[in-house]
Design a protein around this ligand. Structure first.
Ligand SMILES: *Cc1c(COP(=O)(O)O)cnc(C)c1O
Length: 859
């Protein structure tokens, strides 16, 4: 089928509406949304808040009427001026860059999914929402990011249920022409006096001996362009047109083709975009999860093709400029391919040698599988800087990838962490956001234009009435969706008009349904849950949502179990499963909840962001201390479900944790929520709301996250990249030095260590330590000798380790060097120490970077 899209022609006074519709800032700017709503409130609801559709479907007579409506025109002009200001004025980053010499000129941000608005269904869950929030916050802060992703013609699936509660999937086709996207075109070949917009840019990527073609759609996310590659073009034949058909569908070949297009095609799309628009080329490349990792190979290819660098030098340039974020603590969640498949596909990335590609993803460490190519491992090898997404996930990642740096303590594994955040303007209910808004912008509780402690000065009746309205908004959304779902399942829908109650404490539980998230933990003791739901005086109600991956039958079985429980006539007014969790459902869902529940198997939740969104809306969290909640849990913000991690029997663990969950709800939560004063206000509960917003508000923001990335990773990466790339020789020298150190390292050793102390010493004594070190053919300035000191723990390991570099050594007999240093004993107890040698070079980001270390023989 061929199709074309008729774009509406707006009367001249209204032409600003299409500018506003084409920049996705409308999806988080309340004023622009109000403007669109006022075009036609009924149609705004019917088009599910999609401005492009609204403008396409609105009655031309209404447009004529609006053209003459002075009030509307004034609103339109204000909104347009505000957008212009938003896009052009200096923001946080401009000030930061003025005082930070190494602030990057631009950053390329690559992700397999982006969740920006429900209108662009290009996400499956947390990873995509996070990427969308990252772009929005970068835009607000003025951080010069260019996003890169794929345009999936069927997006992720739409979920519905059949009569028995089994998940059904549909993949509705999207038409990019009717979305807030424009095709990247190149005008350079067209005559400047014609109206010709130029020809669509076509990116070419080598794919298993063929050439894969893709066009590039550009979404404007405020100030941030997002480039989406789309393989559904005439130039491709057969199945190649389907490479970007769906998100996470198909087998390994399909996934690999997508990842090659994203990584390699993505860099090429950035090059084309910058050439056409004159935008600054990225100095830093951010790989959001392993799927996007091939971008590093393309960067190496670029250097090799330019002819000035060899592979090792190109690798150094690429590494210095690359940041890799790992997102999963679940080993099964790591993206891996058969080595043979990679060998076949990468035979053709001329002139990149395929054996070097294979080496980058090789699991050549203890416990690795020699037949696999591991995208996370490649991610670490192609990026000098890497991070996990919460403090706990940083720790877990350092354990998980310890094999790559096995001579170092896990604490020294060079994977840091930056805790995820959420975009407040997207996720906070408009009424609450208006309360928090602080145009004055002063005070130490003010961050990013909002005063997070504003509720402390707000009348409590106002707060409580607002929360009730938020519950009503949620309940209306839930009733509408349940009525549609019931009709669709073929069950009578009459009861749905009465479900849920705005005066009953409302629990939320929504997320994807992999087994570690334990959707059905709350069903562990169904009778106890039933009693909680149907208590005549102080009942609870629960709103549940979540999609299972289409291939995950066990996830679908969990959903079915949940739905069947919620279908029962005695509880169905108090517990509901809403099909098709997406952004449009999520936005009213979080504000409508009083308690946000999360009960993953610790530590499998890398961060989790839904609880942050709920907290920003004044909901208390009730969660296992996993991900972000491990870091920021405080009794003032909610409850920690005790985790029975030591218990090996999964059923017993579920029992223990489920019972703890019921106990907290019964004994503490219900107690606090229904403890109202004579005005009907639960003072202690409202205090929890106030404390949660004030305490967590500033922490969980995506703007905090993007600033952290900018200061802790992007800027150091830009500095490293400028240093390594200052001349082709610098990179070549670094690469040659690394080769040399690796080759000569077997000659390095610690021959003798002695200390002058006896077995027992007093606190505060300084001990002298002396070591004889063998350098082989390395020079003294190519290594560092370090004293590693710590307290001896229960398993004879060192804890609270400190690393103290020895001062420069002196030549000793037999080609050895003597190093002498001192340890101060600060605390009583058993002190242990050892001496080690590590490579030293100004361009290394950590001691562990090369994975090389030498220790005394025998310990
Ligand atoms: C926030 C969000 C998620 C991610 O939630 P987690 O807590 O990270 O599991 C998934 N889907 C939607 C629609 C969201 O808004």
């Amino acid at each position: 089928m061929r199709r074309f899209t008729v774009r509406p022609v707006l009367p001249e006074p209204l032409s600003g509406l299409s500018d506003l519709a084409l920049n996705l800032r409308w999806c988080w700017d309340a004023d622009t949304r109000e403007l669109f709503e006022s075009v036609d409130p009924v149609l705004w609801a019917e088009t599910a808040h999609d401005p492009v559709r609204l403008l396409a479907e609105v009655d031309p007579a209404r447009l004529t009427e609006l053209s003459a409506d002075r009030k509307f025109i004034r609103h339109l002009e204000l909104a347009r001026a505000d957008l212009t200001e938003y896009l052009s004025a200096d923001r946080w980053y401009q000030e930061y860059a003025a005082s930070t010499a190494d602030a990057p000129r631009a950053i390329g941000y690559f992700s397999p999914e982006f969740g920006i608005t429900e209108v662009l269904p290009q996400y499956s869950g947390g990873l995509g929402i996070l990427a969308g929030d990252h772009l929005k916050a970068a835009s607000d802060l003025g951080v010069p990011i260019i996003g890169v992703g794929l345009l999936y013609r069927h997006g992720y699936f739409t979920q519905s249920l059949n009569l028995s509660g089994w998940q059904q999937e549909r993949y509705p086709m999207i038409d990019p022409n009717s979305l807030p996207l424009r095709l990247l075109r190149d005008r350079s070949g067209s005559a400047s006096d014609t109206a010709d917009d130029g020809r669509p840019v076509i990116i070419e990527v080598p794919l298993d001996g063929r050439t894969l073609h893709a066009q590039v759609w550009v979404a404007e996310v405020g100030r941030v362009p997002l480039l989406l590659l789309d393989a559904d073009v005439e130039q491709n034949s057969g199945t190649d047109r389907e490479v970007t058909d769906r998100l996470y569908g198909g087998g390994a070949d399909h996934r690999l083709a997508q990842e090659i297009l994203l990584g390699i095609g993505g860099v090429r799309a950035i090059r084309a975009y910058c050439a056409i628009t004159g935008a600054a080329a990225p100095e830093v490349f951010h790989t959001n999860e392993g799927h996007a990792g091939f971008l590093g190979l393309e960067r190496i290819r670029e250097y090799l093709s330019a002819g000035e660098l060899d592979f090792d030098a190109a690798l150094e340039e690429t590494r210095a400029a690359t940041v890799f974020t790992t997102h999963t603590p679940v080993p099964a969640g790591i993206d891996r391919f058969d080595r043979d498949l990679i060998a076949r596909y990468f035979e053709h990335l001329d002139p990149v040698p395929v054996d070097r590609v294979l080496a980058l993803g090789a699991e050549d460490y203890e416990g690795g599988d020699p037949g696999k190519f591991n995208m996370a491992v490649m991610g670490f090898r192609l990026a000098q800087r890497a991070n996990g997404v919460s403090r706990l996930h940083g720790e877990v990642s350092r354990e998980m990838f310890h094999g790559l740096w096995r001579l170092f303590d896990t604490a020294e594994v060079p994977i840091t962490s930056i805790t995820n955040g959420v975009h407040h303007q997207t996720w906070i209910h408009p009424a609450l956001l208006a309360l928090l808004e602080s145009p004055r912008g002063d005070g130490d509780t003010v961050l990013d234009g909002y005063d997070w402690s504003a509720l402390e000065r707000t009348d409590r009746q106002t707060i409580w009435a607002m929360k009730r309205q938020m519950r009503i908004d949620l309940i209306e959304m839930a009733r509408t969706r349940l009525a549609a779902s019931s009709a669709n399942r073929g069950i009578p829908a009459d009861w749905t008009a009465e479900v849920l109650d705005p005066d009953v404490i409302t629990f939320g539980f929504a997320r994807r349904v992999p087994s570690y998230k334990r959707l059905t933990l709350m069903l562990r003791d169904p009778e106890r849950l039933r009693r909680l739901l149907t208590d005549p005086d102080r009942p609870i109600q629960i709103v549940i949502a979540g999609k299972s991956h289409p291939d995950d039958e066990s996830g679908k079985a969990l959903i079915q179990q949940m739905v069947q429980f919620a279908d029962a006539a005695d509880v169905r007014h108090r517990i509901v499963f809403l099909p098709d969790y997406d952004i449009s459902m999520a936005r009213p869902l979080y504000p409508g909840c009083d308690v946000w529940m999360n009960n993953p198997l610790r530590p499998y939740e890398a961060c989790g962001t839904s609880g942050m969104k709920a907290a920003l809306n004044g909901a208390a969290n009730l969660s296992i201390r996993d991900g972000w909640w491990d870091e920021w849990y405080d009794p003032a913000y909610g409850w920690a479900i005790p985790s029975a991690e030591g218990v090996d029997d999964p059923a017993q663990r579920d029992d223990l944790e489920a019972h703890a969950l019921y106990d907290i709800i019964e004994n503490e939560i219900i107690e606090r929520f229904y403890d109202t004063d004579n005005l009907g206000i639960p003072q202690r509960w409202v205090q929890t709301m106030i404390d949660t917003v004030a305490g967590l508000g500033p922490k969980v923001l995506a703007s905090r996250m993007v600033r952290d990335y900018t200061q802790q990773l992007y800027t150091p990466a830009a500095a490293a990249s400028r240093a390594v790339g200052s001349t082709p020789q610098t990179a070549a020298d670094l690469a040659a030095w690394k080769r040399r150190v690796r080759d000569l390292w077997p000659g390095v050793g610690v021959d003798h260590v002695e200390s002058l102390a006896g077995e027992t010493i007093e606190v505060g004594t300084t001990i002298g330590v002396s070591a004889l070190v063998r350098l082989g053919e390395l020079q003294p300035d190519e290594i560092e000798v370090q004293l590693i000191v710590g307290t001896v723990g229960p398993d004879d390991e060192l804890v609270d380790v400190r690393c103290i570099p020895f001062p420069a050594g002196a030549d000793a007999a037999d080609g050895l060097r003597r190093y002498q240093g001192q340890v101060d004993t600060e605390r009583a107890g058993s002190i242990g120490y050892t001496v080690r040698v590590v490579p030293r070079h100004a361009r290394l980001a950590s001691d562990a970077e090369l994975g090389l270390a030498a220790f005394p023989q025998g310990g």
